[in-house]
Write a protein that binds this ligand. Structure first.
Ligand code: ADP
Ligand code: MG
Length: 306
């Protein structure tokens, strides 16, 4: 008799699901609301990026999804694990088996006095893999990230891009289905950044690992399937890459959308609000197949302004 996997239902849903997520940091007597009702859905096998200005809540979101910190309120599920109610021992197990993490600072990812292959062995040996098997897997992983020639180099003997590729091998050592990277190319030159982004694409295609990259790289949209922008602790816009063939040439275009949450809230781009002088309130009118947003001092009968 075949037994149904207990998590088959979770496996059918999105890999990452955040709904109305809040994170409030308390510093002395002050509360900082880093995430304020954030919604995000990431499908299994997706390669996506999160962008947003400094302080918008990107790292906070990634840390919550990584199980490094707990949400204050809302819902967060990753591969069926409920990150709001999860116990501390379950959280340790979750971090060990479900996620790989790459930080911006290579120094945070790698042990400086260990060689590349030894760095990749660390998480394997900690997970109880025999030293022979760990060496075998570490070599394979470094081959996968294109560093066959650098097995015995220490971090300082490698370029920044190479170090980050070792960091990615370390993050993938125990075969997590989800890879998270917080500004992984932030300290790299453009050649190093290119090599790292190309690697994310290869790993995503080859192994189907879900990848979420937080980045400031202005060219990110052409390297991932989808880019979600965060503003003030909420997701605001989303843009999809569309590849089509026209007259024998491959055309890549981007479709951009504003996100509407379950309560009907959306963020109107700041530039539009400024241009129309909309501050505290606006009129929302249902037109023929569209919704119009007017400054409050413009009466609906005035019609569209030119
Ligand atoms: P980003 O990664 O987009 O730059 P963060 O998630 O780091 O943004 O920060 C979002 C907000 O939360 C900022 O206002 C930041 O100062 C605050 N914040 C982040 N981490 C902490 C913390 N550990 N304690 C207090 N406030 C924090
Ligand atoms: Mg950050």
């Amino acid at each position: 008799m075949s037994q149904q996997a207990p998590d088959s239902e979770a496996a059918a849903g999105p890999h990452v699901l955040c709904e109305d997520l809040f994170k409030i940091y308390k510093v002395a007597n002050l509360e900082v609301v880093a995430l304020r009702g954030l919604d995000l859905k990431v499908q299994r096998g997706e390669l996506m990026a999160i962008v947003g200005s400094s302080g918008s809540g990107k790292s906070t979101l990634l840390n919550l999804v990584a199980g490094l910190d707990k949400p204050s309120a809302g819902r967060a599920f990753v591969a069926g694990a409920d990150l709001v109610t999860i116990s501390e021992p379950e959280m340790v197990e979750y971090r060990r088996t479900q996620v790989g993490f790459v930080w911006q600072q290579t120094g945070r990812n790698l042990v400086p006095y260990l060689s590349a292959v030894e760095n990749v062995e660390v998480p394997l040996v900690l997970a109880g893999v025999s030293s022979r098997k760990a060496r075998e897997r570490a070599r394979q992983l470094l081959d996968d990230v294109g560093l066959t020639e650098r097995l015995h180099h220490t971090p300082e003997q490698m370029s920044g891009g190479e170090q980050q590729r070792v960091s990615i091998a370390v993050a993938l050592a125990n075969n997590p289905p989800l890879l998270l990277a917080d500004e992984p190319t932030g300290e790299l030159d453009s050649i190093g950044a290119d090599s790292v982004f190309e690697l994310f694409g290869n790993l995503n295609r080859r192994y189907g690992v879900t990848i979420i990259i937080v980045t400031h790289d202005p060219h990110i949209a052409s390297r991932v399937d989808r880019v979600v922008a965060i503003r003030d602790g909420r997701t605001s816009t989303e843009s999809f890459r569309r590849v089509s063939e026209r007259r024998n040439t491959i055309e890549v275009t981007h479709d951009e959308f504003v996100l509407v949450d379950s309560a009907g809230r959306l963020q109107i781009p700041r530039a539009y609000l400024d241009r129309l002088n909309i501050h505290d309130r606006a009129r929302v009118l249902l037109g023929d197949g569209l919704v119009e947003v007017l400054p409050e001092d413009r009466s609906p009968s005035e019609g569209p302004s030119r």
